[in-house]
Write a protein that binds this ligand. Sequence first.
Ligand SMILES: Nc1ncnc2c1ncn2[C@@H]1O[C@H](COP(=O)(O)OP(=O)(O)OP(=O)(O)O)[C@@H](O)[C@H]1O
Length: 252
Amino acid sequence: MILKVKDLAFSYNSHPILESVSFCVDPGDMVAVCGVNGAGKSTLLKCIHNLLKPRKGVVFLEGRNVKDLGSVEIARKMAWIPQKSPDMDLTVFDAVLLGRLPHGSRKPTLEDMSIVEDVLRALNLSDLATRPVRSLSGGEAQKVTLARALATLPGVLLCDEPTSHLDLKNQIDVMRLLREVTENRGLATVVAIHDVNLAVRFCCKILFLKNGRIHAVVEPGELSEEVIESVYGVKVNIIRTMEGLPLCVVPL
Ligand SMILES: Nc1ncnc2c1ncn2[C@@H]1O[C@H](COP(=O)(O)OP(=O)(O)OP(=O)(O)O)[C@@H](O)[C@H]1O
């Protein structure tokens, strides 16, 4: 599903947060949104999901203005992965089954059950199916949140700092998983993320927000010291990994 954001502007009360934000995400692409704390990353995702109403501009899903879609249709087409997985008394299976709610009645169908089983299998969560979500580690719980989002069979994934509570291994696992499902299912995925090196490693494009606007759009290989300094106000060195990818390091 193609996601297109055109000339978006948003203010909290009269305080402008986003201005003239435009970009497009093609199916199978995972795009990162980076920027300092308070730059408007979460606000942008909420505007895309129509949770917040932009002051100006349009979000198109396959050519249709999201404002013209009902909330159920939006929930079917776009899945939201919040910063922190919610604590739940439900089992992993039932938590993932919640992802089917936008598709029907409260009573799950055989198809719903089968979709949940497939998603659990794909994410290696089947062994945890009967565990209460509350008893899981942060990384496992984050995967359950992703599984619930995927059970909806969305065309667009919006992830708000999916790695912020995770250790290094789980950060890599979750980003790898996001990229795999994005490519395999042809999703348009937008990830708000602080770790520029993870964005470089896993995303096909990085949008840097500054002063409410898209300050720079870079492909991973093009990341420069100048861009990082202009966005974050810190001097860094860019070195190259063995694969030739830029790696941002802070000099002593
Ligand atoms: N409900 C609200 N009412 C008023 N201002 C808000 C509200 N929510 C967020 N803001 C402000 O809007 C700005 C953008 O917030 P947002 O959460 O989108 O930034 P962010 O880039 O996601 O930040 P972070 O990296 O810290 O998560 C911040 O200055 C924040 O204080």
